[in-house]
Write a protein that binds this ligand. Structure first.
Ligand SMILES: [Fe+2]
Length: 202
């Protein structure tokens, strides 16, 4: 399996994908999408035996993003993210809905509120919100425009695996630096263990 081209899926992942497709076929409002996809994801988190070994492989230089499924109409993607202890993201946004759930171990998630109006190029002022620990079998979500900036990371001493569903195939996000009050775009890629790591990742 390569991570740049998701292969045919089966079992619990296939049932999950079919469930998400059925949700999106009804074109629900974004909060309803998040609620229904979260319920489906909770079922998928029941055990981790369905996840291919190749999608459990970490990287040394950053956390690993493995593409599990890309919707043929580009309505959503499903990823497995693998985090060594201490690995994490910068503060970033998504510009789409998202649901994440922890399959093994736990992740720390810190949300941020944007205080400026976004009209000044390169400038962003953030306020840190309450952080939370998302443990195995639990989910969190992203709901633009007010709940989609966060940083997540593995603050434990064990490997963490999480499953992420996004409402678009994310290849670029905005990265924030709150002390300097800057924001800049950053391209991101999937990890392909057969081809080596991407040039950059968050
Ligand atoms: Fe994120």
């Amino acid at each position: 399996m390569t991570s740049n081209q998701a292969t045919a899926i089966a079992g619990p992942l296939a049932r999950f994908v079919a469930g998400v497709e059925a949700v999106l076929d009804c074109r629900p409002a974004m909060p309803v999408t998040i609620k229904q996809v979260s319920a489906l994801l909770l079922e998928l988190l029941d055990d981790s035996s369905w996840l291919a070994e190749a999608a459990k492989r970490p990287r040394d230089d950053s956390y690993a993003r493995h593409l599990l499924h890309r919707d043929r109409d580009n309505r959503f993607v499903v990823l497995a993210l693998v985090w060594r202890p201490g690995q994490g993201t910068p503060i970033h946004d998504h510009a789409c809905w998202g649901v994440m759930g922890v399959l093994e171990n736990s992740l720390q998630e810190v949300g941020f509120e944007r205080l400026d109006d976004g009209t000044q190029p390169g400038f962003a002022e953030l306020r840190e919100l309450t952080g939370r620990q998302v443990s195995a079998g639990s989910t969190s979500y992203l709901l633009p425009p007010y709940q989609e900036i966060h940083a997540i990371g593995n603050n434990t001493d064990r490997m963490t695996i999480s499953i992420h569903v996004y409402g678009r195939d994310i290849d670029e996000v905005n990265v924030f630096e709150p002390i300097g009050r800057t924001v800049r775009p950053m391209r991101i890629k999937y990890y392909d263990p057969e081809r080596g790591g991407p040039d950059f990742a968050i």
